[in-house]
Design a protein around this ligand. Sequence first.
Ligand SMILES: Nc1ncnc2c1ncn2[C@@H]1O[C@H](COP(=O)(O)OP(=O)(O)O)[C@@H](O)[C@H]1O
Ligand SMILES: O=P(O)(O)OC[C@H](O)CO
Length: 499
Amino acid sequence: MSRFIAAIDQGTTSTRCILFNPQGNIVSVAQKEHEQIYPQPGWVEHNPDEIWKNTQEVVALARIQASANASDIAAIGITNQRETTVVWNRKTGKPYYNALVWQDTRTTDFVATYEKDRRINEFRAITGLPVSTYFSSLKLKWLLSNVKGLRADAEKGDALFGNMDTFLIWHLTGGAQGGIHVTDVSNASRTQLMNLRSLQWDEKMLKEFDIPAVMLPAIKSSSEIYGYVTSEVIPGVPVAGDLGDQHAALVGQTCFEPGMAKNTYGTGCFLVMNTGNEIKLSENGLLTTMAYQFGNQPAKYALEGSVAVTGALVQWVRDNLGLIRKSSDIEKLAKTVEDNGGAYFVPAFSGLYAPYWRNDARGVIAGLTRYVNKGHIARAVLEATAYQTTDVVKAMEQDSGIELSSLRVDGGMVANQLLMQFQSDILNRQVVSPAVAETTALGAAYAAGLAVGYWKNTEELKQNWAIAHTWNPAMEEHKRSGLYQGWQKAVTKSFGWME
Ligand SMILES: Nc1ncnc2c1ncn2[C@@H]1O[C@H](COP(=O)(O)OP(=O)(O)O)[C@@H](O)[C@H]1O
Ligand SMILES: O=P(O)(O)OC[C@H](O)CO
């Protein structure tokens, strides 16, 4: 039996490759950041060629670090930043344009037009999603309308669309020499083009956004052999798992029962609850989405609360204000003060996502006085993540009728002790992190491993989950409610900025 399963985690800020053993433990990790391109306010792009190059490098590095040959790797799974949209030429592999990142707001005008239209309720019933700059549909419409020659090539079948999973799988399995053009149900559910019931591209949605069906990938399950790697980094290895990163984290946290949920703290924050076979439409601003589908088993659904800016705000403080040198320094700066000094930071850089869905919102710092110093700002920055998560947990509990006894957490920001304690305090719930913190990559590895029999079933995977750390609430009720009221007031100040 091969010794390892590999996972590629193509995230918003970096690309990682991790090798796992049968216990779900990490054997080796390689990671590379890529450039964030901001051509205009609100526009966010990535260079797809840079990401493909980084992917090959991290796969090679992770393999070498584990002293593994391609034959030591039973399968590889892909997980990725979702919604981010790329179009490339089938014959040359060349992208027509940079990838439009999920945070990009250039389609605000399209959204405004649709918002006046009653049909958006119908779109939500079909796809589970509101009309927003967030999803792939409007990004692809923008590319087809603005990139010269793209529409003609798309109609001829020469231009291909994909999210980052599709783009990487196509390259890994041969690229212009017969690469496989596929995605999985979880990624497809974020395009706003897939019908949640049929799990196929929806003709009505394609017509609505004027998208040629011929440019779309085939929709597959999240766990099956799609093809084999031809790239020299790990030739012959089956590509057998594909999950959007938030769905992968749900799998990596082994949330296989309805009602189980996880919250991932990365560039943004994404709370996902498994709702089993049920397609539950939210009444409180959450998204209806796929959880996962393993092979030919029934697809599982989920409710999701997506928050656009959490770790990205820490990066902004680092890169745009220069208040800290590295992201983790924010904790030290925040600890120089006792509290937020009355300041609240609402990071509505891409509008506000769940539960507000306000495309017209933009970032504000509220409650400033001369008393406030950089320590208070650092604290307000971290607290913003916890408040936004609290908004989403409240919505999730109302929609599902389930009170979360504890919150399973993961992602880069979980390393921040001050944030995790504040999260537990403001939410008044226990917060727990798992022993294997890389749940996103682990979920993709699980999907790939299940497809090739490396792991037998989800029961076996559950045995791998263990708690690393627990944070318990320790804040008095009057303080908690006072702080949260301050946050809710600050949120209203961000509304209506964009006309
Ligand atoms: N100790 C920390 N405190 C606060 N934020 C952090 C810390 N470490 C990392 N981050 C933030 O977490 C994000 C990286 O987390 P990660 O899970 O790798 O994100 P992604 O998958 O979105 O690329 C960055 O936005 C970074 O600013
Ligand atoms: O790359 P991440 O971890 O910030 O995740 C991005 C999400 O998938 C966007 O929906």
